[in-house]
Design a binder for this molecule. Structure first.
Ligand code: C5P
Length: 299
C-alpha cells in the first residue's frame, strides 16, 4: 500500500464567545476568542481509487462517512483548487474529540484532511490559500488549522493570533450532541425584542489569557451562546454546578455545547474535578487537557 500522511489536529474551547444579531446571510458576527486544547483527532490520507472516509474511536458511529464529512469536502475543494483531475484518497479519522460537542471536532477533521492532502499531493499551497479553503468549509475550520489562541471576527473565520499562557481544563462530555444552527436559532429567539450589541473582544479577558493567571481568566470567561444551549438542554446546569462544586475555578458551555468546559488551577485539581464529575452522573465522560495546543501538524 502507498504511504499515507497523518495530521494531528486539536479541539478548541471558546474562552469568549460574543454573538451579535443575525446577519442577512443568516450568520452572526462574532468576537470569538478561540483556544486550542490538547485533545486531538488524527487524520490519515492514503492514495486510493476513489474518495472514501472511515472513522475509529468511541463515537465513530456518529460520524458521517459520506461527502457531508468536512474531511471529504476538504479533499474535494483542494483538488478542485489545484486543478487535480480527482480527489481519490482514503481518509481515516481516528476520533478523540467529542462529536457535535461544541469543540470543533468536525472542523478539526476538515483542517486535518486539507493539510494531509496538501502534503500527500506535494502541492505546498500557501497558508493564506489553505485558510481561504478552511473558511469555505466552515467558520471554525481556519482556527483548527492554526491552533494556539486567536481572536476570530466576522463569522469567526477572520483570525488574529493572541497571547496565551498555559491553563488546565476538564471537559465534561454530554450524552448526545447539539446542532450549532439550532443553538444560534435559540439565541435569536431569546434575543427577540432586545437590542443585541455589536460583539466586542474583552480587553480584560485577553489580558487574563496572556497572563496565564487562572483566577483572572476564570473571572472573565463568557459565552453568549450558553443561555441558548441551557434553554435547549437545561440538564447541563447540573453538570456546571457539579464541576464548580468540585473546585473548578469556573465552568462554561463549550461553544454551542453540549460539552462543558471547566478551568482548573493545576493538574491535581483537574484530576479531582474530573473524578467528581464522573461520579456525579451528570455527564457521559470527562477529558483533562491543557492549553494552548498547536494547530494541524503532520506526525
Ligand atoms: O460555519 P459553519 O458551517 O460551521 O456554521 C454552522 C451554522 O452555525 C451556520 O449555518 C449558522 O446557522 C450558524 N452560525 C452562525 N454564525 C456564525 C457561525 C455559525 O449563525 N458566526
Amino acid at each position: 500500500m502507498d504511504a499515507g500522511v497523518t495530521v494531528r489536529v486539536p479541539a478548541k474551547v471558546n474562552v469568549q464567545l460574543a454573538v451579535g444579531a443575525a446577519r442577512p446571510d443568516g450568520f452572526h458576527d462574532l468576537a470569538n476568542v478561540f483556544l486550542a486544547v490538547s485533545l486531538f483527532d488524527e487524520v490519515t490520507v492514503t492514495p486510493a481509487d476513489e474518495l472514501t472516509v472511515t472513522c475509529s474511536g468511541p463515537d465513530a458511529d456518529q460520524v458521517p462517512l459520506d461527502r457531508t464529512n468536512l474531511a471529504a469536502r476538504a479533499a474535494e475543494l483542494l483538488a478542485a483548487r489545484a486543478g487535480r483531475p480527482d480527489s481519490a484518497v482514503h481518509i481515516h479519522i481516528a476520533k478523540n474529540i467529542p462529536v457535535a460537542g461544541g469543540m470543533a471536532g468536525g472542523s478539526a477533521d476538515g483542517a486535518g484532511a486539507l493539510l494531509a492532502c496538501d502534503l500527500l499531493w506535494g502541492l505546498d499551497t500557501p497558508t493564506g490559500e489553505l485558510l481561504d479553503i478552511c473558511a469555505e468549509l466552515g467558520s471554525d475550520v481556519p482556527f483548527s488549522l492554526i491552533g494556539g489562541a486567536a481572536l476570530g471576527t466576522g463569522r469567526g473565520e477572520l483570525l488574529t493570533p493572541v497571547g496565551a499562557g498555559a491553563f488546565h481544563w476538564v471537559f465534561a462530555v454530554a450524552e448526545g450532541g447539539l446542532s450549532t444552527p439550532a443553538v444560534f436559532r435559540e439565541f435569536d429567539r431569546l434575543a427577540e425584542g432586545r437590542d443585541v450589541p455589536e460583539p466586542q473582544a474583552s480587553p480584560a479577558l485577553l489580558a487574563a489569557l496572556a497572563s496565564g493567571d487562572p483566577d483572572a481568566l476564570a473571572a472573565t470567561l463568557a459565552n453568549d451562546l450558553q443561555p441558548a444551549a441551557l434553554s435547549l438542554r437545561p440538564e447541563l446546569q447540573r453538570t456546571l454546578t457539579a464541576g464548580t462544586e468540585a473546585g473548578a475555578l469556573a465552568g462554561l458551555v463549550s461553544g454551542s455545547g453540549p460539552t462543558t468546559a471547566f478551568l482548573v488551577r493545576d493538574e491535581e485539581a483537574a484530576a479531582k474535578v474530573a473524578a467528581a464529575l464522573e461520579a456525579s452522573g451528570t455527564c457521559r465522560a470527562t477529558r483533562t487537557t491543557t492549553s494552548p495546543a498547536p494547530g494541524a501538524t503532520a506526525v
